[in-house]
Every structure is written in C-alpha cells, then in structure tokens.
Ligand binder design. Structure first.
Ligand SMILES: *Cc1c(COP(=O)(O)O)cnc(C)c1O
Length: 428
C-alpha cells in the first residue's frame, strides 16, 4: 500500500513542528525511514494514513493494556465529556480514581493526580526534597523519569537515541545535585550513599527498568535499595510509570515485594489520556499544599474525561488479566527468541512478567552500557522487516515490547511468522 501519505504528512509536519513530531522517538531517527502517521486504532491494530494495518506492540508506549478503542473506556470518556470537559474544581471521579489507586498499589495511602509522567516525577522529587530538607538525588544511569531538568541526566529512552548525555538547556546547577549510579551495582550505591547520605533526599529507580530496553533488577537488588534508603534517611521513589498496573495490579512493588515511600504512576493509569499520579504514605503526602508547604498544582489536573477513562480501564483489571497478559507476552518473546535462533542471529529477548524486550547482543544486559553496546543497526533492520510484515515495534532499541490483551491466537501466530521471516531477512 506504500507510505506516500505518511511521507507527505511528515514533510508538512517538519515545516511546523520541530522534527515533525511532538515527542522525539516518534520521528524514527534511530531506525530511519518514514514515521507512520496513524489514522486509527482498532483493538490489536494500528491503521496508518495510507491504510496499512499493523499489529501493535507499542500500544501508545504502554497505556493501552486492552488495545485500542476498548468500548468500556471509550464509553466512560464519552459519557464524561458529555457532562463538560473541565471544571477546575473537584469531582467525584477524582475521589473514585484516587480510592482505586490507593486500593491497588500497596504503598499508596494518598495520591495526587497530574497530567504526565514527567510532571509526576518532577513533583515526587520536590516532595522528597521538601519533606527531607535535603537536596541530592541518586538516579540510575539509563533510567528515564521524564524530561524535567534534575532528572534528564543519563536518561535512557529517547535521550539515548539522540546520543546526547542529557540535554543542552539543563543548567549545571540543576544537574549537579543528581548523582548517577550504574544499575544493579551494589558497591556503587553504597559508595554514593556513604558519600552523600546526609544530604540524600531520594533514591529514584524504575523498579523494573524499561527505558534502556528491559534490564530487570538482580535478585535482592530492590530490597537492597530499600535498606540503603533507610540507612541514609532518603525517600525511596519507584517510578512505576511503565510497571504500574502493567506488571501487576499493584505494580512492580507488589510483584517484587519491596515497597517504596513514593510511587510515580502514568501510562496505564490514564487509560490512554493525559493523566499521571504520584502517591505514598499519608504523612509524607500531607507535606503537599494546601495542607503542607510543598507547592504543586495543575489547571487540568484530575481532568474529568481522563479520570473517567483511567477509572474505566482500572475497573477492567480483574485477577486473570495479568496471567493472560503474561501468557501473551511469553508467546511473543518465545516467538522472537525462536526466530533469532533459527536465523542464527545472536540476540537476547529479556522478559520479566508482562514486559519483554529485544537486544541484539550476546548476553543478557545487566546495565545501561550493555544495551548501548548492542547492535542497534541490526535492531533497526529487524524493526523495518517487522514493519514491512505488518508488526509495529518500538522504533528504537532502547524501548520494550508492550503487549495488549487484544492480541488473539491468530495475531500471535502472525507475529511469530513475521518474526521468523524478519530474523532471516536481516542476516541475508
Ligand atoms: C514514560 C515515562 C515517564 C514520562 O512520562 P510522560 O507522560 O511521557 O511525561 C516517566 N517515567 C517512566 C518510567 C516512563 O516510562
């Protein structure tokens, strides 16, 4: 069917939008080629502006646990919209969503709703600093916590594909209080805590990192972080923007059995709308204005349409959802691993519960450098070979596979066949 319409739209977009996109990875910079402009989504499928259909393994970077245009979510959003789009005053829906989040996420007693994961991460940092009276942040290399100044240091994801360490425009002052430590490296954490402990406000981590492809924590590492945070008096922040409601109903903290002090949520919690959240123990959250002095606010925060969509999706999260999603993820990961083995491509398909990734390298990555060292050109060829066969993967080797419950047996068989052909295509 070709890509002429997407190509024309991309040309027009580049005239009026920097790089033609509103978020960098969408531009296909690291894989090359024409970004597909999407006209619609139907269940497991994306349909682009030229009418090409793709089985979607991105799902808007994670929010769409049930695939596109899930009727219950659409109905809830449409219904809410009919009653008005925004009030700038509290609504019952916000109370219900906050109650649902607090009931699901083990460490959350109180939660505040915001509009993006970036905003939630930034606010969590301010809260940690405000509550502790300390300044320094400990962050892991390759973990992504949104694009706020203090956190855009060695930040994986789209930053990694641009090959820049952080970003111009982040002042040395904003970055100097962020200490970087390699993931899964206990000695480095201990050394940083020893050196900065008295001023350490927060240890931040993606508990199951998924913005440097997928690099799960080694056995006991999260419990070790909990202990190091306690030893130094720092607040432990788990950025569960990806893992929250995707790895388990209660996120990585439930699945791994380690509780943070503050949890950052986004993506799934908004059901595909701009909504994110941060929460924790009541005593900690009560430092926020208006009860406390730590300021945080938002004109559209708790937007009724986004809240209704998020709540409708959370209400679909019955107990069997995660077992089904994991079974789907296992089938996709196994199909990819078999395809690479069959084609003689040396690649890793890391999987952790409902999350999986593809890293063209000879051993399971343990930290960010291992992912950087992978063969990203081979990933780009695999990406395009899959796209040509109607499967839409993330356009970067630093991202993970986001499966959805909309994928049925036939779709999974189609993905397996495409992977087998694509793996062969990239070696011949
Ligand atoms: C996507 C993401 C963010 C940022 O969320 P936005 O809504 O894009 O601002 C933060 N942390 C993690 C772990 C993410 O994956």
């Amino acid at each position: 069917m070709g890509t002429a319409t997407s190509a024309r739209l991309f040309d027009r977009a580049r005239e009026v939008i920097p790089g033609g996109v509103n978020s960098p990875v969408r531009a296909f910079t690291s894989v090359g080629g024409t970004p597909r402009f999407i006209a619609r989504g139907e269940g497991a499928r994306l349909i682009d502006a030229d009418g090409n259909r793709y089985l979607d393994l991105v799902n808007s970077w994670g929010p769409l646990l049930f695939g596109h245009a899930r009727p219950e979510v659409l109905a809830a959003a449409t219904d809410a919209l009919g009653r008005g789009s925004s009030f700038g005053a509290p609504t019952e829906g916000e109370v219900r969503l906050a109650e649902a989040i607090a009931a699901a996420v083990p460490s959350i007693e109180k939660v505040r709703l915001v509009n993006s994961g970036t905003e939630a991460g930034m606010s969590a940092v301010r809260l940690a600093r405000g509550a502790t009276g300390r300044n320094t942040l400990l962050k892991f290399v390759g973990h992504y916590h949104g694009h706020s100044d203090a956190l855009l240091v060695a930040a994986g994801s789209g930053v990694a594909t641009l090959g820049i360490p952080g970003s111009p425009g982040v002042t040395p002052g904003a970055a100097q209080d962020t200490i970087l430590v390699p993931w899964n490296d206990r000695e480095a954490v201990t050394a940083a805590v020893d050196a900065y402990g008295d001023d350490l406000a927060a240890i931040l981590a993606e508990p199951v990192p998924a913005n440097m492809n997928l690099v799960p924590p080694e056995e006991g590492f999260l419990a070790f972080l909990r202990a190091e945070a306690d030893r130094s008096g720092a607040v432990l922040v788990f950025d569960e923007v990806i893992t929250g409601f995707r790895l388990a109903r209660g996120g990585a903290q439930e699945r791994e059995g380690v509780l943070p002090d503050i949890t950052v949520l986004g993506k799934v919690v908004g059901g595909g709308f701009p909504l994110a959240a941060f929460g924790g123990r009541a005593a900690l959250m009560d430092h926020l204005a208006p009860d406390g002095p730590v300021y945080q606010a938002g004109t559209l925060s708790g937007n009724p349409v986004a809240v209704a969509a998020g709540l409708a999706q959370l209400e679909l999260l019955t107990d069997d959802v995660y077992a089904r999603l994991e079974a789907i993820t296992i089938r996709v990961a196994d199909a990819f691993a078999a395809a690479f083995a069959n084609a003689g491509v040396v690649a890793q398909v890391p999987r952790h519960g409902t999350l999986a990734g593809v890293v063209v390298t000879d051993r399971p990555p343990r930290c960010y450098e291992d992912v950087v060292a992978a063969d990203h050109d081979a990933y780009a060829r695999f990406f395009h070979a899959m796209l040509d066969r109607g499967v839409y993967l993330a356009p970067s080797g630093y991202e993970v596979l986001f499966t959805s419950l909309a994928l049925d047996d036939e779709d999974l068989a189609t993905i397996a066949t495409a992977a087998e052909e694509a793996a062969l295509a990239i070696v011949t």
